[in-house]
Design a protein. Structure first.
Length: 150
């Protein structure tokens, strides 16, 4: 795997494990904040209707993400090392550049491989003395991903 890639004139470096884990934690926090903004105040029926309408859900998620452009820029800054102010104001980056940079970071750091490997490891460790009580069942997103791959 490469250790450095250049996207939109910015050099992105592969993260050390500790920095990678910190970045993943920030992504989880950002996702939780975003989803709470999208679904805040909705009844169960309204939430179910919204989940069934992917186009409307996508628009609401995008709206919530861009409503907190500073938070989005800060998260991308943590992931990539690009200053948040540059993400917000550099004309060479722009909206499509944000997507390019995030995708390059994702690929550079092997996030897909990491997610698959940790899910597989959790499956293999089930029932072993080391993991008893630590892994009850994989999250629904991982289970759905596995079913889709099968």
């Amino acid at each position: 795997m490469p250790r450095v890639v250049t996207v939109r004139g910015r050099r992105l470096r592969r993260l050390a494990f500790g920095a990678f884990m910190e970045a993943m934690q920030r992504l989880i926090e950002q996702k939780q904040e975003l989803l709470s903004q999208v679904f805040m105040g909705m009844s169960a029926g309204e939430t179910a209707a919204l989940l069934a309408n992917r186009e409307k859900l996508g628009m609401l998620v995008m709206g919530a993400a861009f409503a907190d452009a500073q938070g989005l820029a800060e998260t991308l800054s943590i992931l990539t090392g690009i200053p948040a102010i540059d993400i917000l104001e550099d004309e060479n980056i722009g909206l499509d550049g944000v997507a390019d940079i995030f995708l390059a970071w994702w690929n550079l750091n092997g996030v897909d491989f990491f997610l698959r490997a940790t899910a597989d490891l959790a499956d293999k460790a089930k029932g072993t003395p080391l993991m008893d009580g630590l892994v009850s069942s994989p999250p629904a997103s991982i289970t759905a991903s596995r079913k889709a791959r099968s």
